[in-house]
Ligand binder design. Structure first.
Ligand code: HEC
Length: 158
């Protein structure tokens, strides 16, 4: 990966020993600590592209807008808002995969699972963009493993 190249300097050997020593000390006394897993990415890391969100918008306007409305905030009655506090409250700290699967398995209401995996990813991209999460250079994948690595953090817009 190009943008990592500059930062790929080796860790000074001394600090490796310090970390190992601290880890051994912790293992001896307190509850066992697992070695750190690499930090998962989050929805704030540019996990979709502008083009993908634009595709998602087209589908949204065809298949979702009648219930969830143009402002994505639903009808204040049967249909919930898809953005803001409603989204954050329900989905914060969950995996983007869970959100993706939830949407695919229930929406559009009356025809769940009727769209392609790619189209559901496009819809997720559109909703993320509407909530103010920045786009990036790679499209949001439909791969469960990739989606499971992405954590939902609270949105910028409420
Ligand atoms: C006929 C009305 C209707 C249509 C069309 C519809 N929805 Fe929904 N949607 C609902 C209702 C009602 C709920 C809440 C009940 C539920 O989750 O089943 C909901 C819930 C959701 C949720 C879960 C919200 C949350 O935070 O848990 C998402 C995401 C969603 N819809 C996305 C979509 C998308 C994307 C489309 C278009 C592909 C769509 N919906 C089409 C009525 C609709």
């Amino acid at each position: 990966m190009q943008d990592r190249r500059g930062r790929a300097c080796p860790v000074p050997f001394g600090s490796v020993i310090l970390v190992a020593a601290a880890w051994l000390a912790a293992a001896g006394s307190g509850p066992e600590k697992k070695p750190e897993t690499p930090p998962a990415s989050s929805v704030r890391d540019g996990v979709y592209t502008e083009a993908q969100a634009a595709r998602g918008k087209t589908v949204y306007l065809e298949r979702c807008v009648e219930c969830h409305k143009e402002d994505l905030r639903g009808d204040q009655q049967m249909t919930p808002s898809l953005v803001g506090i409603a989204f954050t409250f329900r989905w914060k700290d969950k995996k983007l995969y869970d959100y993706f699967v939830g949407m695919r398995n229930t929406m559009p209401q009356g025809a769940p699972g009727s769209l392609s995996e790619e189209t559901y990813a496009d819809l997720v991209a559109f909703l993320l963009s509407e909530m103010g999460y920045a786009a990036g250079k790679d499209e949001l994948s439909t791969d469960p493993e990739v989606l499971s690595e992405i954590v939902i953090e609270s949105s910028a817009t409420m």
